[in-house]
Design a protein around this ligand. Structure first.
Ligand SMILES: Nc1nc2c(ncn2[C@@H]2O[C@H](COP(=O)(O)OP(=O)(O)OP(=O)(O)O)[C@@H](O)[C@H]2O)c(=O)[nH]1
Ligand SMILES: [Mg+2]
Length: 444
């Protein structure tokens, strides 16, 4: 199955809880606390892989959870970390993150925003971080608190939604109206065997083929037929136009059996490409005339070429995909052009060196201030929300059933000024106060 767009949920593993334990040893009275820390939860990562070519692995499963960290043990034993979950995606996958929550402007809530472009094989991005393991009671020993009888819970792993979108990366994309012979051409020049038939929209998904010329090879993509209005959703619509964006070169195939409308056919496709994106309109395009076996004499073919040239449409070559007359020449003529395109793509351009405003974000999602004192207080109706990465983490990891753990939390809230800020708001006893997802007013 060919799948080029999918929405998934990624969940980092939960951190393991810390342990409350006391050293018990012969001849060592009052051995003291020795509870170890819990292990960290595993991350969920996406990695671009050469041997994967569609997103069909995500067709049935949509939720991916990494392993939880293990609980800490006595004798200061550290719980083991959860394994990362590495999901393989084809190279050319764009990763969009769903923006939600209070830290982002409300107009963006629920929107998918580009996070990463896994262009080359091996490119990797972490999409959900595992939770931190909780500290055991041995960690909380200090000069005042010599026998802490509490430990932290593990931090819950992040849960986030992503849209994965695949853009095939081929050297050459074959485009044209339905029925002009695109699939026949790819099967003549490569080992791909797509369905060929005498009706429009035979090809419903893009087909990739490897063309071998001498010792080298390049990848060709047969794109389903485009029609007038494709950029606004007509026919198979603009679903496949995005795959054309990534091709190095375009072969624009024309059917010479329709000699009367051949220039018009050409312009129909050009208009759709321009309407879809300026990037597509500027892409280098080679005009190839197909089905020359249906032409009765060379003079007629010459007249067709001249009619196109009068409209400033330069013809790259003519061939018959069905009889393979001219297909070998096309393969050879395309090779040097493909090599030039590849060199350009791999060369570090000035644009890439100087990061512009349009540059893709660095692959370090979800980073906000990690200091406990970095927080914001917002009041909505009768509810107060306190947000801040570190303070939310501390609260989520506090065992609220343990009086000593709650006392430590209140001490932290007091130290970083939250208690004073809440007092200055003069809240009524009915008002609810949340830090992250945890309601804390009953603890105050
Ligand atoms: N006579 C002749 N017929 C051809 C040639 N190339 C393709 N055809 C025929 O044209 C019809 C359409 O060919 P396809 O390769 O399926 O066309 P397509 O452009 O892939 O069509 P869609 O997938 O629908 O967009 C088939 O009946 C082919 O046999 C050719 O060079 N000469
Ligand atoms: Mg086809």
């Amino acid at each position: 199955m060919f799948l080029d767009e999918v929405i998934i949920t990624a969940c980092g593993g939960d951190g393991g809880r810390g342990s409350v334990s006391w050293r018990r040893e012969k001849y060592v009275p009052k051995g003291g606390p020795d509870g170890g820390n819990g292990g960290n939860g595993g991350n969920v990562c996406l990695v671009a892989d050469d041997n994967t070519d569609t997103l069909s692995a995500f067709a049935s499963q949509k939720r991916f959870t990494a392993e939880d960290g293990k609980m800490g043990g006595g004798k200061k034993c550290h719980g083991s970390d959860g394994d990362d979950l590495v999901l393989k995606v084809p190279h050319g996958t764009l990763v969009y993150e769903k923006k939600e929550g209070r830290e982002i402007p409300s107009h963006m809530e629920g929107e998918f925003v580009l996070l990463a472009d896994l262009e080359k094989s091996g490119d990797q991005v972490t999409i959900a971080r595992g939770g931190r393991g909780g500290c055991g009671n041995a960690y909380f020993v200090n000069s005042i608190r010599q026998r802490p009888d509490f430990a932290e819970l593990g931090e819950p792993g992040e849960e986030r939604q992503y849209k994965l979108e695949l853009k095939l990366i081929a050297d050459i994309g074959i485009i044209g109206l339905p029925n002009v012979g695109k699939s026949t051409l790819i099967s003549a020049i490569s080992s791909a065997r797509p369905r060929i038939a005498d009706y429009p929209f035979t090809t419903l998904i893009p087909n990739l083929g490897v063309v071998k010329v001498a010792d080298t090879s390049y990848i060709v993509c047969d794109i389903p037929g485009l029609i007038k209005g494709a950029s606004t959703g007509k026919g198979l619509g603009d679903r496949f136009l995005r795959h054309i964006e990534r091709c190095g070169l375009l072969v624009h195939l024309l059917d010479c059996a329709h000699s009367d409308t051949i220039a018009e056919d050409y312009q129909t496709i050009r208009k759709e490409l321009t309407a879809y994106s300026p990037l597509l309109a500027e892409k280098q395009e080679l005009v190839v005339i197909n089905k020359t076996d249906l032409i009765l004499s060379p003079q007629i073919l010459k007249a067709i070429i001249q009619s196109l040239e009068r409209e400033n449409i330069e013809v790259f070559c003519t061939l018959s995909a069905a009889t393979k007359n001219g297909t070998e020449e096309l393969k050879k003529k395309l090779l040097p052009l493909v090599i030039v395109k590849r060199q350009k793509r791999n060369a570090p351009s000035n644009e890439r060196q100087a990061p512009s405003n349009n540059a893709l974000p660095v692959l370090r999602p979800h980073q906000t201030s990690s200091r406990a004192s970095g927080y914001q207080i917002a009041q909505e109706g009768t509810t107060v929300y306190i947000r801040g990465k570190r303070i939310e983490q501390i609260v989520a990891m506090t065992d609220t059933k343990n009086a000593s753990a709650v006392r430590r939390l209140l001490h932290i809230l007091d130290r970083i000024g939250i208690v004073a800020s809440l007092r200055s708001l003069k809240l009524s006893p009915q008002q609810r106060i949340f830090i992250g997802k945890t309601r804390i007013d009953p603890l105050l």
